[in-house]
Design a protein around this ligand. Structure first.
Ligand SMILES: *[C@@H]1O[C@H](CO)[C@@H](O)[C@H](O)[C@H]1NC(C)=O
Ligand SMILES: *[C@@H]1O[C@H](CO)[C@@H](O)[C@H](O)[C@H]1NC(C)=O
Ligand SMILES: *[C@@H]1O[C@H](CO)[C@@H](O)[C@H](O)[C@H]1NC(C)=O
Ligand SMILES: *[C@@H]1O[C@H](CO)[C@@H](O)[C@H](O)[C@H]1NC(C)=O
Ligand SMILES: *[C@@H]1O[C@H](CO)[C@@H](O)[C@H](O)[C@H]1NC(C)=O
Ligand SMILES: *[C@@H]1O[C@H](CO)[C@@H](O)[C@H](O)[C@H]1NC(C)=O
Ligand SMILES: *[C@@H]1O[C@H](CO)[C@@H](O)[C@H](O)[C@H]1NC(C)=O
Ligand SMILES: *[C@@H]1O[C@H](CO)[C@@H](O)[C@H](O)[C@H]1NC(C)=O
Ligand SMILES: *[C@@H]1O[C@H](CO)[C@@H](O)[C@H](O)[C@H]1NC(C)=O
Length: 894
């Protein structure tokens, strides 16, 4: 009776506070599934049906992931923090904030410290943490800034009561961050804060299956972050965690800036988006550690973000080639026949893979000597032909083999590197492919040596060239462990973000399990990160060459160690489409060497789908065709003769562009540039580009417009206002700055080269190893002003320290005045391989060429194609390293 009276009292006192709040400004006070009026009022929140208005169209709450205007929301006067002191510090400001009363979550932390760190001109960091007790923080090595940046493009204002932070861009006055929209809540296992967005147009927030543009103009969205093994589907937390986004800021004169935001937190979390527009972070641990990157361009934001999380690794050259894998070769004869038909049909191939079926009883670091008898010799024979080999390793180590018979387990026990149960020395066990397994704790420094040793022992049996680390969410076939979980607050937190399976232990380990560094509750999302780091290190030690790691699970910064593929997709046109936003987003997340399973992993592909996907996949940074157990063969050579010819064309396009791709990887690793980019990144003021995710740019120069529809001969594409030439024909496009239907029969993928760029290419070989010494070619795509430029990075492709020791060649190409092309060799320390330029194709030459000179000498091997306006200079045999500067010139007849 008493409680009812209290509820009534609070409800009525809040009435006015509640009614003033519009639908879009409602911040959810009870996002748990079982929200009711009683539960809402017990939290002292407002409970109202959505206000009926033109803005609000009622939708039926069917399907998962559905969110809309909350019924339960915070009143304006919901208790929160106020500032009690501020202090100027070397790094900026330190503020003490205090909340006078606890609210609805257990263990509210009432005294907090807020650090405002003016890190650089464009980078601002907000840290909010317990003033008294040290809490878990993400073990990433981020830069520590002790001195405030002098000049900044941002301005900070504070609200004292209630406490709030407002960040604006100085030059435009646009709001970048405004936490006054909802109350800050900071309890031991529930931290929640919101900020106003500059616009409802956002990008990032992975890993999720979603379009590139997250548009909350009218919609409410919830994205959950918790690494999970699940075939990519919308509204589900997937394999990786990247709480980073980019937000567009449109100004009144149609100029667009962007800024980025990174929430450095590794606990399970929900991100709620609403049309105010605003974002709400709800995490269940750690602290608030938030970065704002003021850009103002997309590439600026990316660069500022990667300064925090680390730049992508420089991959080995061979890993840019075509990779072939399947789960379910089942026996070595099937790999051999696949390889033979590939070779017979003249397909280039760089990397042969095997999946778990090649293991003995699914045990890591073994092979099945019955069905894959002779695998070691087979791998060595591949390598003798320049083909590399990668195998799969899962983190779960079988714990049920006879004592003394399985070294990975026995040695791991000796070194004490497996994860333990809560408050116990007993190991936690799950079930994965080999049955009951234990899980290595890669946060334990001793685990690196153990991992290196067992990998090295196996490397002596089969000299693999790279490691594929799968199932590292970590995935288990059972929930929690073979002994269940505890009932403590790690395993039963007061709030569980909207994870698939409803529990943090769903198909993974108990959150209460212990790592060396902290609890699994805190580190679950980083399991794959630490495994990738350990694997990268192990490969360096074992092979003494540049490592190649492919990891399914990832966290912010994983790109320093690993490549990524988008997991267990399906052989559908829809999943082929979704691969593009995924690859674009992962580039923003700093994992630039990324691809999706080409032709689809689950389900049987079709010849049409596989052709389209091979064409698209030729423009993924990481190009692997892979399918699942029981599916039909889908290696290119398993299709009809016609299909094979088309796929071969696509592969030849890819292989001919490898010098361009390799240079992009160098620029990603050194200059923090994405390899694959969305159109809006290059055409930021063109609003037509904001939601384009069926087309993409390779670097800044190549526009790819794949046909993603079944039984279609055209692709509806946007051609930005610029100069474009069709690839490979070199013919200039006449209609630009519009949406247009491009001819796209099954034999064709539309690819265009952007004016003002020079693309270094190479005549393809049977694989990248065998083709390394082949001649180079250049495509010079002129701008309207007769200019173009490009560059080329070249090294031995495999050394760990080529960049650090400057053992590479670096060339710059530039065209000026419509007729003068210069090749400048800026670095030429790598001399082992010839760099001969054979052919130059200059596009957009609209006057008749009467003569050509090379380094001042008359040169007669050229052709000028009048209708296509292309000048081809051939049979050059020019050593590009011969002189520091070389010039090719041509004259027009008057
Ligand atoms: C409807 O939208 C407008 C403009 O975004 C906003 O100002 C208003 O508060 C909204 N109304 C409701 C009931 O949400
Ligand atoms: C919601 O579902 C009910 C019952 O299925 C149906 O009658 C109603 O028309 C639906 N409303 C909307 C807005 O779709
Ligand atoms: C919290 O801050 C208040 C006000 O500064 C202070 O009186 C109190 O002792 C602090 N509590 C703790 C646990 O430090
Ligand atoms: C800021 O300016 C002062 C005085 O000009 C200078 O001494 C200091 O090094 C500058 N700090 C930074 C971080 O640039
Ligand atoms: C965002 O969504 C709104 C409402 O659905 C739509 O009008 C607008 O065109 C979308 N913006 C972009 C850039 O797609
Ligand atoms: C901005 O763009 C919109 C739509 O593209 C246009 O209607 C408006 O006139 C532009 N405003 C300015 C200042 O250019
Ligand atoms: C940990 O285990 C010990 C010994 O069993 C027990 O006394 C202690 O209460 C446990 N601690 C926690 C936090 O459960
Ligand atoms: C070609 O052009 C160069 C530079 O204009 C000129 O010096 C040379 O004589 C020309 N050669 C021929 C064959 O016309
Ligand atoms: C190029 O050819 C032209 C015409 O044949 C000749 O006059 C000129 O001397 C030649 N130039 C060189 C550098 O050989």
């Amino acid at each position: 009776m008493i409680s009812i009276i209290i509820l009534f009292f609070i409800y009525s006192s809040n009435a006015q506070q509640c009614d003033q709040i519009s639908n879009v400004a409602r911040f959810d006070c009870h996002s748990e599934k079982d929200s009711t009026k009683e539960k809402c009022l017990a939290r002292n929140c407002c409970w109202r049906l959505p206000i009926k208005s033109a803005n609000y169209t009622e939708k039926n709450s069917t399907g998962f992931g559905f969110v809309s205007v909350p019924f339960c929301y915070y009143p304006k006067d919901f208790p929160t923090y106020e500032i009690i002191s501020t202090e100027i510090t070397d790094f900026g400001q330190r503020i003490q904030i205090l909340k006078k009363q606890t609210t609805y979550m257990p263990y509210d932390i009432l005294n907090l410290t807020v650090d405002l760190i003016y890190e650089t001109e464009q980078r601002f960091r907000i840290r909010i943490y317990d003033s008294v007790n040290k809490r878990y923080e993400v073990p990433l090595q981020v830069p520590i800034v002790e001195k405030k940046a002098n000049i900044t493009d941002y301005e900070i204002k504070l609200s004292q009561k209630p406490f709030a932070i407002l960040v604006t861009r100085k030059s435009t006055g646009v709001t970048l961050f405004d936490s006054s929209v909802s109350p800050l809540i900071f309890a031991d296992q529930f931290i929640k804060f919101s900020t106003r967005l500059s616009s409802p147009l956002l990008y990032g927030f992975g890993e999720h299956q979603q379009p590139l543009l997250i548009n909350v103009t009218q919609e409410w969205k919830r994205l959950t972050f918790y690494t999970r093994d699940f075939p990519p589907m919308q509204h589900i937390n997937l394999y990786g965690v990247h709480p980073f986004h980019i937000n567009l800021e449109r100004t009144s004169d149609n100029q667009t800036n962007v800024h980025g935001q990174f929430f450095l937190n590794s606990n399970a979390m929900d991100v709620d988006l609403q049309p105010l527009p605003a974002v709400t972070y709800t995490t269940i641990g750690g602290i608030i550690d938030l970065y704002i990157f003021t850009g103002p361009t997309v590439q600026n934001v990316i660069q500022q973000y990667w300064d925090i999380i680390g730049k992508p690794m420089m991959p080995p050259f061979w890993s840019l080639g075509f990779h072939l894998c399947r789960w379910g070769y089942n026996k070595i004869e099937n790999i051999i026949s696949s390889l033979e038909r590939m070779q017979k049909a003249d397909f280039p191939l760089d990397v042969q893979w095997t999946d778990i079926d090649a293991m003995s009883s699914h045990l890591d670091f073994t092979y099945d000597d019955e069905y894959f008898h002779g695998l070691p010799e087979f791998v060595r024979a591949l390598q003798a032909n320049g083909i590399h080999y990668v195998n799969i390793i899962d983190p779960g180590i079988s714990s049920t083999q006879p004592a003394g018979s399985y070294f990975p387990y026995d040695d791991g026990i000796k070194r004490g590197i497996f994860m333990k149960k809560f408050n116990s020395t007993e190991l936690i066990t799950g079930k994965v492919w080999p049955g009951t397994t234990v899980f290595p704790d890669f946060t334990n420094p001793n685990a690196i040596e153990w991992w290196t040793n067992i990998a090295e022992a196996f490397h002596e049996v089969i000299p693999f060239d790279g490691m594929w680390i799968d199932m590292n969410e970590p995935s288990s076939f059972i929930d929690g462990s073979t002994d269940g979980c505890t009932d403590n607050t790690f395993d039963n937190p007061p709030f569980v973000p909207h994870v698939h399976g409803d529990a943090l232990s769903a198909k993974t380990l108990c959150p209460s399990a212990q790592h060396y560094l902290s609890s699994h509750y805190n580190l679950h999302n980083m399991y794959g990160y630490f495994e990738a780091q350990a694997t990268n290190q192990a490969l360096k030690t074992i092979r003494k060459k540049r490592p190649f790691v492919l990891s399914r699970s990832s966290f912010a910064g994983s790109g320093q160690f690993t490549a990524h593929w988008t997991g267990d997709n399906q052989a559908t046109f829809e999943d082929m489409y979704f691969s593009i936003p995924a690859i674009l987003s992962f580039n923003m997340f700093g994992i630039t060497h990324v691809g999706a399973d080409i032709c689809g992993f689950l389900l049987d592909t079709t010849e049409e789908l596989c052709i389209r996907w091979m064409q698209l996949g030729s423009f993924y940074p990481f190009m692997r065709n892979h399918n699942a157990l029981g599916q039909n063969d889908q290696d290119p050579a398993s299709f009809s003769w016609e299909a094979q010819q088309i796929m071969k064309q696509a592969l030849i396009m890819r292989y001919s562009l490898i010098p361009f791709w390799y240079t992009l990887h160098y620029e990603a690793a050194m200059e923090s540039k994405t390899i694959i980019q969305p159109l809006f990144s290059e055409y930021l003021n063109d609003a037509n580009t904001y939601d384009i995710d069926q087309q993409f740019l390779v670097g800044r120069a190549i526009l790819v417009s794949p046909n993603l529809l079944p039984e279609s001969d055209i692709v509806h594409a946007y051609i930005p206002q610029d100069v474009w030439y069709e690839f490979p024909s070199g013919i200039k496009l006449n209609s630009v700055g519009l949406f247009t239907d491009l001819n796209a029969p099954i034999s064709k993928i539309n690819v265009h080269i952007r004016g003002d760029f020079i693309i270094p290419m190479q005549i393809p070989g049977d694989n990248l190893v065998l083709g390394r010494g082949n001649p180079f070619t250049l495509i010079v795509a002129q701008s309207q002003l007769g200019t173009a430029s490009g560059n080329l990075y070249w090294d031995d492709g495999d050394s760990i320290d080529s960049i650090e020791t400057k053992t590479y060649n670096y060339l710059e190409f530039s065209l000026i005045d419509f007729n003068k092309l210069t090749i400048n060799t800026l670095v030429s320390n790598y001399k082992d391989s010839a760099m001969r330029l054979d052919l130059i194709k200059i596009l957009g030459v609209n006057k008749f060429v009467s003569n050509v000179t090379v380094n001042g000498e008359n040169y007669s091997n050229y052709l000028y194609n009048i209708p296509d306006q292309i000048l081809v200079i051939y049979a050059l045999d020019l050593n590009m390293l011969a002189q520091s500067s070389q010039t090719i010139q041509w004259t027009f007849s008057t």
